[in-house]
Design a protein around this ligand. Structure first.
Ligand code: PHE
Length: 444
């Protein structure tokens, strides 16, 4: 049966650990370091963080197990893996369309993701050249405004980032990526720890902690809950096939459960650390945490400009942010590339075609803030949860339980039942309830 199938072109990760690093590389990105702190600021702190954590546990982790399982069992790109498993379960092969929709979501995410990654690249250059080292807080804020007002400068870095992504993907998944994440992810972690330490010494750490963990549920409206759930999907790279595509290269048949828990835990810890590195500095500098997408590009430079060794730390930090973004963006186009490749395109052509499309869309998000915001909102809060809903229904209700049990490799029957229960009931009902609540159709 499927175990005898080889991955596309026989590609598999070197080991389970390489899969963990690649998937963590996909999960840990701008979502953790850029987006999580500023949406936590916008939606009021602790209650938002708790809702997000609940979504990770009850919905995100179960869906991630399902995605890895589909990829590994179907041994192909998300579209073909799903239609193959559907046919095998005597269901409509139209289920493959979930994978096709994922390709579209990935492209749409890339269309604003690469713009933000471009800002990070610009800040590598700015930090290295000491451009903001003598500025005060206000000047640093307007410095970021200048970048946003300069379409040419944004286009330059956006193009560089798209090219970087495409060259890595065109060269193949296993070559390079595995080794790169192996070195870069621990570096990112160490650097974040250093920044948290800096923040604890120089920032208002208590105020930061209060902000992130004091829960005031009165501030939690339908919109905030939708955004928290959407972010759980976004940050774990779920609902569009990225993790499924990587699952197709999963070597061997070991249990998926622990692997997924490791990835989700790393992702969550890194998001919380990023918050703990930034909020204390926000409060110590009398800034407002709800200031939106500029948070990272204003707060951290302020910190670095006061810090001895700030030039070095700033350069290092934004380099690592760029790299974290790169190890995620690769997984945004990989599903589409694997899909096109399976249908007769060669890999470089497929890669540059998709990256080129994302590049064009990125130009639109540079020029029109409304396009940027719409792409961000629509993908994270609508398309990814919807994709996740369909994946949960597919594995929970369409595939036969014994086959699912066999493919996940989960040994403990209690763990398996708990997971399947979350996938069949809690995840779908939770997603639907949050959608209805945010539309005002369901109140509680
Ligand atoms: N998880 C990535 C991040 O947090 C973004 C991403 C979403 C990557 C979906 C792949 C797929 O930055």
């Amino acid at each position: 049966m499927s175990k005898a199938l080889t991955a596309p072109e026989g590609v598999t990760w070197k080991s389970r650990w390489t899969f963990i690093l690649a998937a963590t590389g996909s999960a840990v990105g701008l979502g953790n370091i850029w987006k999580f702190p500023y949406i936590t600021g916008e939606y009021g702190g602790g209650a938002f963080v708790l809702t997000y954590l609940a979504c990770i546990l009850m919905i995100g982790i179960p869906v991630m197990i399902a995605e890895v399982m589909i990829g590994r069992a179907g041994r192909s790109n998300p579209a073909d893996a799903m239609s193959r498993l559907a046919k095998e379960s005597k269901r409509s092969s139209y289920w493959g369309l979930v994978g096709v929709a994922g390709v579209l979501s990935g492209l749409m995410i890339m269309m604003f993701y690469s713009v933000v990654a471009g800002w990070a690249l610009d800040y590598v250059a700015q930090s290295a050249s000491g451009a903001y080292s003598d500025l005060d807080a206000e000047q640093i804020e307007s410095n970021f405004g200048q970048l946003l007002a300069s379409n040419g400068q944004q286009l330059l870095w956006h193009s560089v980032f798209c090219l970087l992504t495409a060259s890595v993907v065109a060269a193949g998944v296993t070559k390079g990526i595995g080794k790169a994440v192996d070195i870069l992810m621990p570096m990112l972690f160490v650097c974040l720890l250093l920044l948290v330490g800096y923040s604890a010494i120089n920032g208002d750490f208590a105020a930061g902690l209060h902000f992130m963990f004091d829960t005031d549920f009165s501030r939690l409206n339908g919109e905030a809950i939708l955004v928290a759930m959407g972010h759980a999907f976004f940050t774990l790279s779920l609902g569009m096939g990225a993790i499924m595509a990587y699952g197709a290269y999963f070597p061997g048949h070991s249990s998926i459960g622990k692997t997924v828990l490791t990835i989700a835990a790393l992702d969550t810890v890194i998001a919380l650390l990023a918050g703990m590195a930034m909020f204390p500095l926000v409060f110590a500098n009398d800034l407002v945490p709800g200031q939106g997408p500029g948070l990272m590009f204003v707060t951290l430079p302020i910190a670095f400009s006061n810090m001895s060794g700030g030039l070095f730390f700033g350069t290092l930090f934004f380099t690592l942010v760029s790299i974290a973004a790169l190890s995620s963006s690769i997984s945004l186009i990989e599903p589409g590339v694997a899909w096109l490749e399976r249908h007769g395109f060669n890999r470089p052509l497929a890669t540059f075609g998709l990256a080129g499309t994302a590049w064009l869309g990125g130009i639109a998000s540079i020029h029109y803030e409304a396009v940027f915001n719409a792409l961000d909102y629509l993908t994270a809060n609508v398309m990814l949860p919807l994709g996740g809903l369909l994946i949960a229904i597919f594995v929970g209700w369409q595939m036969p339980a014994p086959r699912v049990l066999d493919e996940t490799g989960i040994v403990s029957s209690r763990v398996f039942s708990a997971w399947r229960f979350l996938l069949r009931y809690i995840a779908p009902l939770g997603i639907i309830a949050v959608f209805l609540h945010s539309l005002g159709l369901l109140t509680w």
